[in-house]
Design a protein. Structure first.
Length: 148
């Protein structure tokens, strides 16, 4: 009985893959780089931290002061309270849904505010002071206080 076409195709593919594998093995043997000299295997770092096959130019070298190197976490910066507290005007507030928006007077950004962050009830056009934090959809106002 004769073989099916599918079986012949599989055998051809198998024979081709064996040929390819044997060819790759021959190529590896021909291009064997064992026995390279030390200079051929040497790699250098240039002044930017990139690998190079040539030694770095010592004239481009930058001197770094040891006191400028910081180990560990950054020291906390002292932040002025006036930078944290912002002022703004309520542009929209829906008491039934419990949220609204404040227009920051300094940056002219619209900041989301939730009813849980209020110290007193708000209405539109009220002037307020507030702080901001990053929320899931942008800035959110916290510690909102109504000003006179």
């Amino acid at each position: 009985m004769g073989e099916t076409a599918n079986k012949k195709d599989k055998e051809k593919k198998k024979a081709k893959s064996k040929q390819d594998k044997a060819q790759k093995m021959r190529d590896r043997k021909e291009n064997n780089d064992k026995g390279k000299s030390l200079e051929d295997m040497m790699a250098y770092l240039d002044e930017n931290g990139n690998l190079s096959s040539t030694p770095p130019n010592m004239e481009r070298r930058k001197e770094i002061n040891l006191e400028d190197i910081q180990l560990g976490a950054a020291k906390p910066q002292v932040i002025d309270a006036s930078e944290i507290t912002r002022t703004g005007v309520v542009t929209f507030f829906n008491e039934a849904k419990g949220y609204g928006f404040i227009n920051d007077l300094k940056s002219q950004q619209s900041v989301f505010v939730h009813i849980n962050q209020l110290s007193a009830p708000l209405r539109e056009h009220d002037k307020v002071t507030f702080e901001t934090e990053a929320g899931p959809r942008g800035l959110s106002a916290i510690k909102v206080k109504k000003t006179a």
